[in-house]
Design a binder for this molecule. Structure first.
Ligand SMILES: Cc1cc2nc3c(=O)[nH]c(=O)nc-3n(C[C@H](O)[C@H](O)[C@H](O)COP(=O)(O)O)c2cc1C
Length: 138
């Protein structure tokens, strides 16, 4: 059982969220693949997927947009969206909507952090990771 957490981040803020999500996954004794979007190859046999990006010009960063465009169907797969933002923060909702459009089932509403995630947001990320891990166990 493996959860895949894919992120794109310019200053490490969305990456900090991705790290915390994987921490939550691993706390449930489920493997977590932490993937920088620039090195993404395939979903493979991941039982659940989280995708995160910061917001740039009201959209996710380009590599995450490309992954979403090329990923193909994820019918019924437990899914999550997240990202840091500065002022408007559209990327997580954009990602969540796209994942639902591909058939993914969001385990929670998209998670956002203004600037660097604070302690409460990092805990929310860990909780999201725990939910993804539990969803894998069925
Ligand atoms: C060129 C540029 C455009 C941006 N556009 C937006 C935007 O449209 N909306 C927003 O909320 N934040 C915007 N931001 C702010 C980033 O989303 C914010 O700094 C975020 O914390 C970066 O997270 P990261 O380190 O994970 O990339 C922009 C930042 C830059 C540099």
């Amino acid at each position: 059982m493996r959860v895949m957490v894919i992120y794109e981040s310019t200053r490490g803020r969305t990456k900090a969220m991705a790290d915390a999500i994987c921490e939550g996954v691993r706390s449930k004794i489920v493997d977590c693949d932490l993937i920088d979007a620039t090195g993404f190859q395939a979903i493979g046999d991941a039982c659940a997927i989280a995708i995160g990006s910061s917001t740039r010009m009201k959209r996710p960063l380009p590599k995450v947009r490309q992954i979403l465009a090329e990923m193909g169907k994820i019918d019924g797969k437990p899914s999550a969206a997240f990202g840091s933002y500065g002022w408007s923060g559209e990327a997580p909702d954009f990602i969540g909507n796209q994942m639902e459009g591909l058939g993914g089932k969001l385990v929670d509403k998209p998670l956002r952090a203004k600037d660097f995630p604070d302690d409460a947001t990092l805990e929310a990320c860990r909780e999201l990771g725990r939910k993804l891990a539990e969803s894998c166990k069925g």
